[in-house]
Design a protein around this ligand. Structure first.
Ligand SMILES: C[S@@+](CC[C@H](N)C(=O)[O-])C[C@H]1O[C@@H](n2cnc3c(N)ncnc32)[C@H](O)[C@@H]1O
Length: 353
């Protein structure tokens, strides 16, 4: 494909937009369904089964991105708008052509740029994505950019699919996440109690929850204590409810009260807490009932963060059923999202009114 054809791709019908979309593994069909409900007719092709797909939406890029930023979908973790789609199986040709286009952009010169590269099985790039990123960065060296992963001003995205190469240039917020594919990574700390802590760290970023501004938290289904340790680190007093044992490193913490009971057997004072979190690996409907029975202990204006297990073949219906239960209990849903660190579950962020 020559340069003229490549730029024709960019100038394609302005009233449609093409996006590379990523969901947690196995959940892409639900993200596709959400897109269909939001945008109506959607043309979509899977690039990595169950995980990454390319869609064409009947909407301008700006309108599509604004809509997805303002009202995020539950199962859509990451997007990048496609600037160039280069069919074919010749990496040199695709990279040269993309570089020729990108080097013409003054707005990229000398800027902080994150180059994010992924590839599908069967792509014509046979080496690692890391080497592909190095190669693209070398091609782009005349830009004299600061290639970085932290706080980039621009993200240059490349997805090498089976018979096509997709390139994008976007400001990080347009991608819904500034991590490659939305796969946000946290450093595992020494002595970290559980990986579950990453879920709350990610929720904090995703929903911009000001955890340090709360005082008294109730953690339901707290053991072994990853979430509890996170809340203690943020300076909160925590009441941890779980019949299972909390990690020994937490036992003597002065701000922690441990209640070794089933959550259906505990009693608290009215409006005692300003934060309630619940991460029980349990039937979602029973979890919702159990949590709503304890909402008297959450002060009006208080925040709740709960994970909802998706133990069903119809997660969309289930999620809406659970959200309805909470909404009927004076909880306003602020955010509902399958986070990168959620496996077969989603996270709800709610405020009590
Ligand atoms: C996935 S673990 C929670 C992990 C925890 N968030 C962390 O960060 O370490 C789920 C916990 O829920 C607890 N649990 C399940 N049903 C419960 C109930 N009815 N009442 C209290 N805890 C319950 C289990 O004992 C288990 O420890």
């Amino acid at each position: 494909m020559d340069e003229q054809n490549a730029s024709n791709q960019q100038d394609h019908d302005q009233s449609t937009s093409k996006l590379i979309c990523t969901a947690n593994h196995g959940f892409a069909p639900y993200a596709q369904e959400e897109l269909r409900r939001r945008f109506g007719s959607v043309k979509s092709t899977m690039l990595i089964p169950g995980e990454v797909f390319v869609v064409t939406l009947e909407s301008t890029i700006e309108a599509a991105v604004d809509s997805l930023k303002d009202n995020p979908l539950i199962f859509l973790r990451h997007i990048f708008p496609v600037l160039m789609e280069l069919p074919g199986n010749d990496p040199d040709e695709a990279l040269n052509q993309a570089a020729a286009c990108l080097l013409k952009r003054d707005d990229l010169e000398g800027r902080r740029i994150s180059v994010q590269v992924r590839k599908a099985e069967g792509s014509s790039w046979t080496e690692s994505p890391g080497l592909l990123r190095d190669r693209l960065q070398t091609e782009l060296s005349p830009l004299e950019a600061d290639f970085t992963v932290t706080e980039p001003e621009w993200v240059i995205s490349l997805f090498a699919a089976k018979n096509a190469w997709y390139f994008g240039v976007s400001d990080p917020s347009s991608n819904l996440s500034d991590w490659n594919g939305g796969a946000i990574r946290f450093q595992r700390e020494e002595g970290q109690i559980s990986r579950a802590k990453f879920k709350l760290l990610e929720a904090e970023r995703q929903f911009e929850i000001p955890f340090s501004s709360f005082h008294n938290a109730l953690d339901i289904g707290a053991a072994p204590g990853g979430w509890t340790s996170f809340l203690l680190e943020r300076g909160l007093k925590v009441t941890a409810v779980d019949p299972a044992k909390m990690h020994e490193s937490l036992l003597d913490h002065p701000n922690l009260r441990i209640v070794n009971k089933n959550a259906s057997d505990v009693k608290f004072k009215e409006a005692q807490f300003d934060l309630l979190v619940c991460d029980m690996s349990w039937s979602p409907k029973l979890m919702a009932r159990l949590v709503t029975d304890l909402l008297y202990a959450l002060a009006p204006g208080g925040t709740a963060v709960v994970t909802v297990k998706l133990l069903t073949k119809k997660p969309m219906a289930l999620v809406h059923e659970i959200m309805d239960i909470f909404e009927d209990s004076r909880m306003q849903i602020q955010g509902a999202k399958q986070l990168f660190h959620n496996r077969d579950e989603i996270t709800l962020y709610m405020i009590k009114y």
